[in-house]
Design a protein around this ligand. Sequence first.
Ligand SMILES: Cc1cc2nc3c(=O)[nH]c(=O)nc-3n(C[C@H](O)[C@H](O)[C@H](O)COP(=O)(O)O)c2cc1C
Length: 387
Amino acid sequence: MTFGESHGKAVGCVCDGVPAGFEFSEADVQPYLDRRRPGQSSLTTKRSESDIVEILSGVENGRTLGSPIAMSVRNQDMREIDYENTADIPRPGHADYTYQKKYGIRASSGGGRSSARETIGRVCAAALAIKYLNQLFNINIVAFVDSVMEINIPEPIIDKFIRDPPTSNEIDKMSVIARTSTGLLMDTDGVYYPSLPLEPVEVTEKIITRCPHGPTAAAITKRISELRDTNNSCGGTVMGIISNLPVGLGEPVFDKFHAELGKAIMSIPAVKGFEIGSGFSGSRTMTGSDHNDPFRGSDGNLRTTTNYAGGVLGGITSGENVYFRVAFKPVSSIGVLQETCDFDGNLTTLRLEGRHDPCVLPRAPQIVESMIAITVMDFVLRNKRLV
Ligand SMILES: Cc1cc2nc3c(=O)[nH]c(=O)nc-3n(C[C@H](O)[C@H](O)[C@H](O)COP(=O)(O)O)c2cc1C
């Protein structure tokens, strides 16, 4: 479970059921929090927090005790004033109205528990899960931005990633876009967008887009910047890939591998869709003879020549790479004047001040990776005979 409100004292998690005697300390968690941190580029919120984790329980002398592990990260950058004009007006697209109706009260500033700051607890728990899983098999968990609005990585490149996924560190390196003094953008391969500069240019900002395809990364940087400059926002999709999973994870029939994964992913703020394998386009464009993945192999250990199933058959992992897409909606907090009404129904207008992400996509892959790791560790613990 996670705890904490965005503008309260702290956020964090409690992980129960972690095996005892496992080496674990704050140093295992901090790199993941540093990677998640907001304020990293002009494409994301300027809210700035150092996000230092403290393990409160369940670990002694660097080893887990088998008791619940509580981890906490204190909130520092609290500016309640940013939210003053929303006390009586539920912000469109946010959870103010539903929290107020359900509980009769709500956190006085920001999204409270529905804020993306809650995801810090998930990142802490995932650090533990990733370390645990890495000791068992050579698992690779990766997520990256594959589209923003209608701008997407071309399918042949996605197919290559599905077959042979990069690591998340490689994604970070492959997806840097440099902004230059003349407004031109440059990708990791030194290609300029829209064209080669006539005169030398100076790099003014480096942006980790987490979109590992130069032309797409440059186009989405441009789009997000334009929307930020007009105080608007946008959404997109993240692709998640898990490789080197053993055959046999997933519990028929209600706790199928992709059912639990889908639940975990759909619990991330701003997620509006989840598809596994060929997903929605497979059902629109393929026949059964196109879609069935033929088997090859020997001694009962079979692989498939294609992978439209997305690495899961009957809710059980098949040993092929699991891949899926997640849709994130356009960010709700926008500086555009919106017509809406207050809690009493009086028509009014609202313009949100404060520091918000114009697009959550560059920050979303790490949260997707975190939910993958937590879900896979849960399944591994339920299938102890596999390890
Ligand atoms: C990494 C991340 C950062 C986010 N940052 C913002 C933000 O700056 N502004 C905002 O309105 N929503 C942001 N969100 C989404 C909101 O938390 C979410 O849309 C809101 O709480 C309502 O929940 P729902 O969209 O799941 O219905 C972010 C989500 C994620 C995953």
